[in-house]
Design a protein around this ligand. Structure first.
Ligand code: HEC
Ligand code: HEC
Length: 405
């Protein structure tokens, strides 16, 4: 067996033996333990000295306490040498990405897979080079600068030994191996795929949903109501794999423009996801403008604010957007000539790309597909997706696939 899932399973099995639970967290020193490829990757992930000003690590914007999204209370992460440069996107959770595939367009030209909100990296290994060199993140000016910092790190000897880097290796090889180490940590550490939320325990027949949670799951799956599961997969896979609450596809939700984002002070700046401007290879695909990757909803209660542009600060607000975007647009969009300027974060010509399938697609003034009760129930259900960091990780496969809620 050499499916991605079985590989993940092998990595998890090794990681959980070697990796004690106290070893996690940006501020907790690593206890004495035999270093592994995973723990060395973790040290690099937590290492602020890899940034230009020595003040920012991967873990600064992807903390353990929030399923490796921004620290709680962060609007948008700040980076750069002075930690005062605002990026224009929220840091997504890094959990449950181990089985995501490289970016591809299917026969109908629809995008799948990839990393970042716009899918511009094909692998975690490719991705890891980005923040190290991004001037608004860790702000190194060259690969050589990163390697010079790495060579001074206390874990450098373990790094070269465990990753079998030759003594005369070039900076290109060292930099690429650092990216490999970061990706090895993000896929090999149990912290990134715990599969032990209440939802998982219900799947295993070890817990029961409350009445509100069960109703919430019903609304989530109902194609005429929430229809959430059509993008945020909730069913166990044919191979018994647990659902990741994303199908790794791309959609335009028509989110409101967030005026608190500095880049948006320029009325001509539009973050259009797959068609650019951050991503540069698909600018001609105007049908993809405004589309962003469907994120996992696992641990969603921990990862606010929500959406790529941090436009919803609470889970209830995020769900209310789905419920009332079309029935009460004045709640979400500013008035222009006394009419709500729907989908105002996209230039007029691209607004037709916005998805209209349920829960969307009702007319202003009509009854929303989701009642207030449905919204509350959905929130209750989504809170069952939070992993228990104090309990052992579950298997990525459902123990008894017959037990499906
Ligand atoms: C200043 C904050 C910041 C730092 C430091 C940072 N990131 Fe991120 N990270 C982000 C933001 C913001 C995004 C989303 C950016 C985008 O989609 O364009 C992101 C996206 C990602 C993703 C893609 C997740 C997905 O769903 O596809 C991965 C993986 C990741 N970061 C890993 C890392 C690693 C590894 C490091 C250290 C080398 C790091 N990050 C450093 C803010 C940060
Ligand atoms: C057509 C596909 C689709 C459907 C249906 C859908 N979503 Fe989403 N969801 C997305 C996409 C795409 C994003 C990211 C959008 C962005 O940030 O631009 C997202 C983001 C979210 C987020 C924010 C996640 C984060 O990390 O910031 C939440 C919460 C969410 N969805 C919940 C729901 C719920 C609840 C439903 C059902 C009522 C639902 N979604 C239905 C595609 C969908």
């Amino acid at each position: 067996m050499n499916t991605p899932l079985s590989r993940l399973f092998q990595v998890l099995a090794t990681a959980s033996v070697l990796h004690s639970p106290v070893a996690r967290g940006a501020t907790t020193p690593l206890p004495l333990q035999t270093p592994t490829r995973v723990t060395v990757g973790e040290q690099a992930f937590n290492d602020k000295s890899l940034s230009a000003a020595g003040n920012l690590a991967c873990a600064s914007c992807h903390t353990t306490a929030t399923a490796h999204a921004d620290p709680a209370g962060t609007f948008l992460p700040l980076g750069g040498p002075g930690l005062n440069q605002q990026g224009s996107r929220s840091s997504p959770s890094l959990a449950y990405l181990a089985t995501n595939k490289p970016f591809r367009l299917d026969v109908e030209g629809r995008p799948h897979g990839g990393f970042f909100w716009d899918g511009r990296s094909n692998t975690l290994r490719d991705q890891a080079g980005g923040p190290l060199l991004n001037p608004t993140e860790m702000a190194n000016t060259s690969m050589d600068e990163v390697v010079a910092r790495l060579a001074r790190a206390p874990y450098f000897a373990d790094f070269t030994r465990l990753y079998k880097v030759a003594p005369n290796a070039s900076n290109t090889v060292l930099f690429d191996t650092l990216r490999l180490a970061l990706a090895t940590y993000e896929t090999g550490d149990t912290d990134y795929q715990r599969f032990n939320s209440k939802f998982d325990r219900v799947l295993d027949g070890k817990a029961r949903f409350s009445v509100a949670e069960a109703r919430g799951l019903g609304v989530f799956n109902d194609a005429r109501k929430g229809n959430c599961a059509s993008c945020h997969t909730s069913a166990v896979g044919a191979d018994g794999s647990r659902p990741l609450f994303t199908n790794f596809t791309y959609h335009a939700l028509g989110l409101p423009r967030n005026k608190a984002i500095q880049a948006n002070r320029d009325p001509n700046f539009h973050d259009l996801g797959v068609c650019g401007p951050t991503r540069t290879d698909l600018t001609h695909r105007v049908d993809l403008c405004g589309k962003f990757k469907v994120p996992t909803l696992r641990n969603i209660a921990l990862t606010g604010p929500y959406f790529h542009n941090a436009t919803a600060s609470t889970l209830e607000q995020a769900i209310s957007f789905y419920a009332t975007r079309d029935t009460d647009p004045a709640r979400w969009y500013p008035l222009v000539n006394q009419r709500p300027d729907r989908f105002n974060d996209m230039p007029l010509g691209f607004r037709g790309n916005v998805t209209q399938t349920p829960p969307f697609g009702t007319l202003p003034g009509n009854k929303p597909r989701l009642t207030q009760q449905d919204t509350a129930d959905l929130a209750a259900f989504l809170r069952t997706l939070t992993d228990d960091v104090n309990a052992p990780a579950g298997s990525p496969l459902v123990a008894n696939p017959v037990q499906r809620p």
